[in-house]
Design a protein around this ligand. Structure first.
Ligand SMILES: NC(=O)c1ccc[n+]([C@@H]2O[C@H](COP(=O)([O-])OP(=O)(O)OC[C@H]3O[C@@H](n4cnc5c(N)ncnc54)[C@H](OP(=O)(O)O)[C@@H]3O)[C@@H](O)[C@H]2O)c1
Length: 283
């Protein structure tokens, strides 16, 4: 039987081949108090971790749409480290297109990865966290999980799903010692921007053509630094303070979420007299 290494925290992160996941994996890998379960779709993409390996890093193949791979990863990681304390559901796809012109198969694949993949991994870890009576689940959502903009509608729909799912899960597992934090970054310089696109073909949507064509430019021009984003997430966990329910990251994340939520609040207040009539009889 493999030796169980007991340390402070074992992190499992999905999608550590690039972007936020890779940067976060590097912080965890360099922390002697932490074990790292780094997952990716190709083992070769994790060779950057070899420089840090001192027995506390376990690299494993996980495509989040593959339930067998997820189960195998959780089982072997648990055997090796004993506990899984922090799950970071980071793996995700981008997609750019108007609602009407987006491709059905691409939309389903987007939900398969961003929503059902995240839920599959979470479901596999929950029995471990419930048995431990502790754990932290970090779901990487987006500012577009709270607000939305043209041509990001379907991507946004997946992140709204992540927000709703996380909100309910938080309330279901809170008394079991398990916390759920949702991270809402705004645009950051990762290869996420190389996501699939549905170019505008209908004249009625021609105003949005440039937005879609320029989507890939975010890889170099977006304000968010993936290394800093990973550092903030890592530091938030390591600080040992109360974990926030939401962690907006970036100026647009903050202003976008504030504008959306205050706009909704203002409408709710204006419509209050009408709204509450729904609870009375129409007779
Ligand atoms: N960058 C932004 O502007 C931004 C803003 C807000 C939120 N986000 C979110 O942040 C998360 C990380 O994205 P990123 O910006 O760091 O982009 P990224 O560099 O493209 O990283 C995405 C990661 O997800 C992995 N992935 C994709 N499909 C997968 C699957 N089926 N199974 C397992 N892994 C899969 C990728 O692996 P491969 O290398 O194998 O494709 C990659 O490791 C995503 O959830 C994204 O929606 C990004």
């Amino acid at each position: 039987m493999e030796e169980v290494i007991m340390t402070n925290k074992t992190w499992m992160i999905t999608g550590t081949s690039s972007g936020f996941g890779k940067n976060l994996a590097e912080f965890v890998a360099q922390d002697s108090d932490s074990n790292l379960i780094a997952t990716a779709r190709k083992m070769d993409d994790l060779s950057y971790l070899d420089q840090y390996n001192h027995g506390q890093i376990f690299k494993v193949l996980v495509d989040v749409t593959n339930s067998d791979q997820i189960k195998n990863a959780v089982k072997t990681a648990q055997k090796r480290f004993g506990t899984i304390d922090v799950l970071v559901n980071n793996a995700g796809l981008g997609y750019f297109g108007t609602i009407e012109e987006s491709n059905d198969a691409d939309i389903r694949q987007l939900f398969e990865v961003n929503v059902f993949g995240l839920a599959n991994v979470t479901k596999s870890i929950l029995p471990t966290m419930r048995a431990q009576n502790s754990g932290l689940i970090i779901n990487i959502s987006s500012v577009l999980g709270i607000t939305s903009i043209p041509t990001f509608g379907w991507y946004s729909a997946t992140k709204f799903a992540v927000e709703g799912y996380s909100n309910a899960l938080r309330q279901e597992v809170n008394s079991l010692g398990i916390k759920v934090m949702v991270v809402e970054p705004s645009g950051a310089r990762t290869k996420w921007n190389a996501g699939k696109t549905a170019p505008v073909k209908l004249d009625d949507y021609s105003d949005f053509a440039d937005m879609i064509n320029n989507a890939a430019a975010g890889e170099t021009s977006a304000p968010g630094d993936p290394h800093m984003i990973a550092k903030i997430i890592f530091d938030t966990v390591k600080a040992g303070k109360k974990i926030p329910n939401h962690l907006p990251l970036g100026e647009f994340a903050t202003s976008g979420m504030k504008n959306e939520l205050s706009g909704i609040l203002s409408e709710i207040e204006q419509l209050y007299a009408t709204s509450i009539k729904a609870d009375t009889s129409a007779e």
